[in-house]
Design a binder for this molecule. Structure first.
Ligand code: DX5
Ligand code: ZN
Length: 220
């Protein structure tokens, strides 16, 4: 099980200190929500902030691109030691050849490549061919754009379907879920087959000292 704290819920004035919360914690990725104000209404942080984070982060960086032009980010984030590069299926739903091309391109530059689906995108759009090419599938359990929203239980069905597919075809992708994860929904997600949990508010609402126990409570 991997836990991926989302820095969206961190104190942006003290990011260096916020990263220290995770010192000595294993099986942890740092989840970076990159939003462009077009694919989603919100804007977060981009190149200068991620470049600085990459210099001091001790954990793998997991970048979730909620952007209309992932190729620009594939090209321009390649020196920031991003471990996993995830972008959204919906950007290319009418242009699947382009989707395949970008997955392949990202694979040449990043160790792990993920594809995300929004709550109203059916899991069946992810063909066997797409799934075979991926290292990770990110099921959004809230509408992307903002932290602190309520978990959408319909997402559990998608996780179950993906787990089934993964087993049937013996595929390597891992199943990540993002949005509204707390102690209760984490249990449900793990039971459904999620292997990687993104959590923002459920971790950062706790004091610095209680970070490790907050993470433990999510996965136990
Ligand atoms: C939403 C982001 C999430 C968000 C999760 O668009 O993709 O990563 O930070 O926040 P919580 O865990 O508070 O729902
Ligand atoms: Zn995210």
């Amino acid at each position: 099980m991997i836990i991926a704290p989302s820095l969206l819920a961190a104190d942006f004035l003290n990011l260096q200190q916020e990263l220290k919360r995770f010192d000595g914690i294993n099986n942890l990725w740092l989840h970076l929500d990159i939003m462009d104000g077009h694919f989603v209404p919100n804007l977060t942080f981009g190149h200068p902030v991620v470049e600085l984070l990459s210099k001091m982060a001790k954990h793998p960086l997991d970048a979730h691109f909620m952007v209309t032009n992932p190729e620009f980010y594939i090209d321009t984030f390649k020196d920031y030691k991003i471990h996993n590069f995830t972008f959204h299926y919906e950007v290319f739903e009418n242009n699947l050849p382009e989707l395949h091309r970008l997955i392949q391109k990202a694979k040449t530059l990043y160790p792990s490549v993920g594809l995300s689906i929004k709550p109203h995108t059916d899991v069946s759009v992810l063909s066997d061919e797409i799934l075979k090419a991926l290292d990770l599938v990110l099921v959004m359990s809230v509408e992307p754009g903002f932290g602190g929203q309520k978990f959408m239980p319909q997402s559990l069905y998608k996780v179950k379907m993906l787990k089934l597919k993964k087993e049937q075809l013996a595929l390597k992708f891992s199943i990540q879920i993002d949005g509204g994860i707390n102690e209760q929904t984490a249990k449900e997600a793990i039971e459904a087959g999620a292997e990687n949990l993104v959590a923002g508010s459920a971790i950062f609402k706790h004091s610095f000292e209680n970070t490790a126990s907050a993470i433990k409570n999510l996965i136990s």
